[in-house]
Design a protein around this ligand. Sequence first.
Ligand SMILES: *[C@@H]1O[C@H](CO)[C@@H](O)[C@H](O)[C@H]1NC(C)=O
Ligand SMILES: *[C@@H]1O[C@H](CO)[C@@H](O)[C@H](O)[C@H]1NC(C)=O
Ligand SMILES: *[C@@H]1O[C@H](CO)[C@@H](O)[C@H](O)[C@H]1NC(C)=O
Ligand SMILES: *[C@@H]1O[C@H](CO)[C@@H](O)[C@H](O)[C@H]1NC(C)=O
Ligand SMILES: *[C@@H]1O[C@H](CO)[C@@H](O)[C@H](O)[C@H]1NC(C)=O
Ligand SMILES: *[C@@H]1O[C@H](CO)[C@@H](O)[C@H](O)[C@H]1NC(C)=O
Length: 384
Amino acid sequence: MSGGVLRLAALAMLAAAAAAQSDAVVLKNSRMEVHILPTGATLQRVLVPGRKKGEMVDVVLGFDEEQSYRNGSNPQMGSTLGRVGGRIAGARFEIDGVEYRTSANAGNDTMHGGEIGWDRRQFSVVDKGEEGNSSWVTLEYQSPGGEMGFPGAVNCTVTYTLRDDEDGEYGRLEYEVKAVTDQPTPVSVYLHPYFNLAGQGSGSVLNHTLVMNSSYLVPYAGQTPVPSGEFAPVAGTIYDFQTPTALGKHVDSPKLEWLGGYDNVWALFGLGADAVGAMQDFQVAAEPQWAAKLLDPESGRGVEFYTTAPAMIVYTGNGLDQPGKDGAQYKAHDGVAIEVGQFPNAVNTPTFPSVVLRPGQEYVNRAAWRFTQDRPAKQPSNAE
Ligand SMILES: *[C@@H]1O[C@H](CO)[C@@H](O)[C@H](O)[C@H]1NC(C)=O
Ligand SMILES: *[C@@H]1O[C@H](CO)[C@@H](O)[C@H](O)[C@H]1NC(C)=O
Ligand SMILES: *[C@@H]1O[C@H](CO)[C@@H](O)[C@H](O)[C@H]1NC(C)=O
Ligand SMILES: *[C@@H]1O[C@H](CO)[C@@H](O)[C@H](O)[C@H]1NC(C)=O
Ligand SMILES: *[C@@H]1O[C@H](CO)[C@@H](O)[C@H](O)[C@H]1NC(C)=O
Ligand SMILES: *[C@@H]1O[C@H](CO)[C@@H](O)[C@H](O)[C@H]1NC(C)=O
């Protein structure tokens, strides 16, 4: 009995300490809770119901303390990437015949916005509220002209909305980015969440299955992680996730050895050589379209990805090696980062839809994650 009281006291202290550690904005629907941090407009926690009554399971990786997100060794856990997510090869590009050079922070390339990307910048909360079982928060970042070498100032807002799901699943988390500029500049802003649907800190995700609406890989030019600009059919390759396939099935393929696992780009929605013409104003459609589903067959928890963007990037956490939330110690493949956004190095690749935002135009990128519960799959039988 006294053990229970002590545990309650300890829990209260932990809760107080957690509150003191971060300025998370907490969004709730009737079954879920998500925590958003101003640093990087970061998705810090996604809590969905566990198996036991009252238990909540956190299905994204991250850190307890907001300051850890500014640590140079943080692999952008759950954060918003900007001004341009992914690589800009050679840390250079041209717009209207003028060359710009940006911060080279990954070899000779610019990665995720440069040495101090938006994932390490302080956003401000400009609006939040709730209505019925939905709640939302809008965060803003004003990126000055010349930041990390990019031309023009950019004002960007990120809005998260957590709603109940119409079909009774755990819920739907929506993510909307809007941006404007005063000079032509590349913009590609998207979220970089790492999922582990068995619960963050519970070990490898290689048993999770992934299915995506993609028939084309966006291959790299040799052994550098920069797209060649081509589109390669996935059918029959280790990149074929057109039917649910375990992430671990081919993760040890010699083709992936130089990357340590998957760290690849796919074109969504049948987009291939027609990608440029098929898109308008940064979007494939005005409303987010179903793009993929990640499932943990053991717990039956799933997340479905919806997006207005043309590309999906899957990184099987090959370089993870750091302490995380709630005493976790993350190792390689303990989470999978799945991002929906524009194509990497689009600003230098004519076969990819343009990411150049111009004054008077509005950049819009909308995504949603639907958290689901399948009935737990049947255990494999030894008799077979
Ligand atoms: C960077 O560019 C220089 C000069 O072209 C080249 O020698 C070097 O190998 C490149 N480094 C990387 C990491 O690609
Ligand atoms: C909110 O969710 C609860 C529990 O599912 C439900 O009873 C209630 O009707 C919902 N309220 C609204 C406004 O949808
Ligand atoms: C960003 O917002 C500030 C403050 O409202 C405004 O002064 C500035 O002109 C805006 N910049 C752009 C690029 O719209
Ligand atoms: C993955 O599945 C295999 C076979 O069912 C099982 O032996 C292993 O423990 C699972 N690994 C994890 C991390 O769940
Ligand atoms: C995949 O994308 C294509 C092109 O947008 C669409 O026609 C098709 O319905 C999508 N498939 C699924 C399962 O959503
Ligand atoms: C940054 O992260 C590394 C690796 O987890 C850790 O060793 C180091 O203490 C952290 N630094 C700060 C200032 O938090």
